[in-house]
Design a protein around this ligand. Structure first.
Ligand SMILES: [Zn+2]
Length: 80
């Protein structure tokens, strides 16, 4: 996955995933994935129409690292 540093704006830092991917889980859909899967979504179909970091799962309205999407402390993933 290419990094999009040039796309970042200060407003996007709120609830942004950390620079180093960590294991996370979504409170809304219960899915677990790594934080680099969290997607910036914006627009009428986004859980946050004004733009926000959202769960990548289709149809899930979980949004925000540290808000709906939390670090997974349970080590369900093996370290690579
Ligand atoms: Zn979700």
């Amino acid at each position: 996955m290419a990094k999009k540093k040039e796309m970042r704006k200060p407003r996007r830092e709120a609830f942004a995933p950390p620079a180093e991917p960590v294991n996370v889980y979504c409170l809304h859909c219960g899915c677990t994935y790594t934080s680099d899967k969290i997607e910036w979504k914006q627009g009428p179909t986004s859980p946050i129409p004004t733009g926000g970091w959202c769960c990548p799962l289709d149809g899930c309205d979980g949004a925000g690292y540290g808000y709906d999407i939390l670090p997974d402390q349970s080590n369900r993933f093996s370290q690579s």
